[in-house]
Write a protein that binds this ligand. Structure first.
Ligand SMILES: C[S@@+](CC[C@H](N)C(=O)[O-])C[C@H]1O[C@@H](n2cnc3c(N)ncnc32)[C@H](O)[C@@H]1O
Length: 229
C-alpha cells in the first residue's frame, strides 16, 4: 500500500482529540483511568480493552466499537494518512468507546501494562513475503513475545489475512509460542460455521472487502494465550 504524503496531515491529525491519544505511554497500567476519564459517569465498572494493530482506515474498529459498546476499542496505526480517515470516522460517529494511537506496534509494550489488554486483532497485516523480512511480520515470535506481556491469560489474538503463506507461518508461530489455536478456517466466507462465529469474524475490514470481492479466500484463526511464561 503506497500513499502520497499529503501536506498538513500531521498537523490535522493532532487535532483529533479525544479520539487520538497523544501521550499513550502515560497511561501504561492505567488505561481504566483513561476510559473513566473519557466516559465519565457513564462508566463505573472496568471495561474490556480490545486492540487492533495496523488498523488502517479504521472501518473494522469503528464498526466494532459501535456494535460492541460494552468494550473499549483502541486502534494502532503507523501511517498518518490512513489514520486520519479512521479518526474522521470516529468523530463523525461520535463514538465514545474508541481511541487511536499513532505509533509503531513495536512501541505497544511501553503503552500497555501486564495483562491489561483483553483482545488483539490483526487484520490483513503486511505479509513481508521475503524470508529476510520475516521478523517484520506482526505474527513473528518477536511480536508474539510483546503481545504475551500485555494480553491477559485466556485472551485471544484474532487474525485475518488473504495471504496463505503468512497464515501458515502464523499458525506455526502461535503454536510454538504459547498460544492454542481455535476456529481455524482457510475460507472464512464459505465456512458453514460463519453465521455462528463471533461478530469480529463477520465484520469486514477494508482489505477484506477488496479481496473477497475478487473471490479470494480469507483465512482466519483465533490464538488463545495459554500462559504468560
Ligand atoms: C494491509 S493494511 C490493512 C489495514 C486494515 N487492518 C484492513 O484490514 O483493512 C496494514 C496496515 O498496517 C499498518 N502497519 C503495518 N506495520 C505496522 C506497524 N509496525 N505499526 C503500526 N502499523 C503498522 C500499515 O500502515 C497499514 O495501514
Amino acid at each position: 500500500m503506497r500513499l502520497r504524503r499529503i501536506p498538513g496531515t500531521r498537523e490535522k491529525i493532532l487535532q483529533y482529540t479525544p479520539w487520538l491519544v497523544t501521550e499513550p505511554t502515560a497511561w501504561q497500567g492505567r488505561w481504566q483511568d483513561y476510559i473513566a476519564g473519557r466516559l465519565g459517569s457513564q462508566q463505573a465498572e472496568p471495561m474490556e480493552i480490545h486492540l487492533e494493530l495496523g488498523t488502517g482506515r479504521g472501518r473494522f474498529i469503528n464498526e466494532m466499537a459501535r456494535d460492541c459498546s460494552d468494550h473499549f476499542w483502541i486502534g494502532a496505526e503507523l501511517r498518518e494518512e490512513v489514520l486520519l480517515n479512521a479518526l474522521e470516522l470516529a468523530k463523525k460517529g461520535e463514538t465514545p468507546n474508541l481511541a487511536f494511537l499513532w505509533i509503531n506496534v513495536e512501541q505497544t509494550v511501553d503503552i500497555f501494562g501486564v495483562g491489561e489488554v483483553d483482545g488483539i486483532y490483526l487484520n490483513f497485516s503486511d505479509p513481508w513475503p521475503k524470508a529476510r523480512h520475516a521478523k517484520r511480520r506482526l505474527t513473528h515470535r518477536r511480536f508474539l513475545e510483546r503481545y504475551r506481556r500485555y494480553l491477559k491469560v485466556g485472551g485471544k489474538i484474532r487474525f485475518k489475512t488473504d495471504n496463505e503463506d503468512l497464515f501458515r507461518f502464523s499458525l506455526e508461530e502461535f503454536e510454538a509460542n504459547g498460544f492454542a489455536l481455535q476456529e481455524v478456517t482457510f475460507d472464512l466466507h464459505n465456512d458453514p460455521a460463519l453465521s455462528s462465529m463471533e461478530l469480529s469474524a463477520r465484520v469486514m475490514t477494508e482489505y477484506e472487502r477488496r479481496f473477497s470481492r475478487r473471490g479470494m479466500p480469507i483465512y482466519r484463526c483465533e490464538a488463545v494465550l495459554c500462559s504468560r511464561d
